[in-house]
Design a binder for this molecule. Structure first.
Ligand SMILES: C[S@@+](CC[C@H](N)C(=O)[O-])C[C@H]1O[C@@H](n2cnc3c(N)ncnc32)[C@H](O)[C@@H]1O
Length: 298
């Protein structure tokens, strides 16, 4: 892939493919991924994070240390893997001290839930591995159990493992005298069970739709509507503009959350409804459905 900027904009890429690809999920302050990148200049590194602060910290390290083989993206790892990676294309995945979500009702948020491990395994090359480090024994056992269910991995529990560098959380837990558990899951075959992954479908073009009459957009503020199965919209603040209105819009499509401004623009006798040019969105079927739905709003 040519001309990649080091922070990827997922709204502007189609698929992501680099040779010798190593991924760190939830890189925190970026010390681990940059240390690996310096040790292995012939590999390409991608950090995936949901935290904007972490993206800033890693971008700073990339710039200060002039690293050409490190990229990052602000996105939930599930969706990056689901939307942008080819199957059998990743060499290594590192997950260091993920949130253990100890409460029973939060277990589905764990990064190693069955659906995620299944997806990660699909994207790994044969012989590639996922390395997970944690201080939480319950989380560790949960991960181990899920890996066994998939039957796609050769599971190696690494005892007394000396890693190349300690992450921020690792240092914190070691100072508290906690034990660290490390596991490597080597992909030896495709998963034996088939898991239906929640997904969204991308489309090529975004439509503009027309409304024959103007609705009072301010009345949509703070309202929530279920448009279809898995498609829910919540409106927030609206703003009056010279040629119409825009309104802050949060659209949840099978749990992928789009955030954008919906624009209602007067053109002659018609109102054109579209995603405001101030917003960038992933073009998906859900957004098209939303635009059609709003254009027919009673
Ligand atoms: C407990 S911190 C560990 C940070 C770092 N790995 C370390 O060891 O110091 C967990 C990190 O994972 C990130 N994270 C949590 N869920 C994520 C997801 N679904 N996709 C990507 N990053 C995620 C959080 O923003 C946070 O920075």
């Amino acid at each position: 892939m040519k001309n990649l900027t080091q922070e990827l904009n997922p709204k502007r890429i189609d698929k992501f493919k680099l040779d010798n690809l190593v991924i760190e999920i939830g890189f925190g302050n970026g010390i681990y991924i940059t240390s690996l990148a310096k040790l292995f200049p012939n590999k390409n590194f991608l950090g995936i994070e949901i935290s904007g602060e972490s993206i800033k910290k890693l971008s700073k390290r990339i710039k200060n240390e002039n690293l050409k083989n490190v990229y990052c993206v602000k996105m939930d790892a599930y969706w990056f893997f689901y939307l942008f990676l080819h199957d059998n294309s990743v060499d290594e995945i590192y997950i260091n001290f993920p949130d253990p979500w100890p409460k029973k009702r939060h277990i589905e948020r764990r990064i190693t839930r069955l659906e995620n491990l299944y997806l990660f395994s699909k994207k790994l090359k044969l012989g590639g591995f996922i390395q997970i480090k944690t201080d939480d024994l319950d989380f560790y056992n949960y991960t181990l159990e899920n890996a066994k269910v998939l039957n796609s991995f050769n599971i190696k529990e690494l005892k007394n493992f000396e890693d190349i560098v300690r992450t921020k959380y690792e240092t914190k837990w070691l100072l508290m005298g906690k034990e660290i558990y490390v596991i490597r899951l080597y992909k030896v075959k495709d998963a034996e069970i088939n898991i239906k992954l929640k997904g969204i479908r991308r489309v090529k073009d975004m439509a503009h739709v027309k409304m024959s009459r103007f609705i009072d957009v301010s009345k949509l503020e703070d309202k929530v509507f279920r448009i279809d199965q898995g498609l829910v919209v919540k409106f927030s603040k609206s703003y009056h503009r010279e040629d119409g209105w825009i309104i802050e819009t949060l659209l949840s499509e099978n749990d992928y959350v789009h955030y954008f401004f919906t624009s209602f623009r007067r053109k002659g006798n018609e109102i054109i409804v579209s995603i405001s040019p101030f917003s960038e969105v992933l073009k998906t079927e859900g957004i098209l459905k939303f635009l059609n739905w709003i254009s027919l709003f009673p």
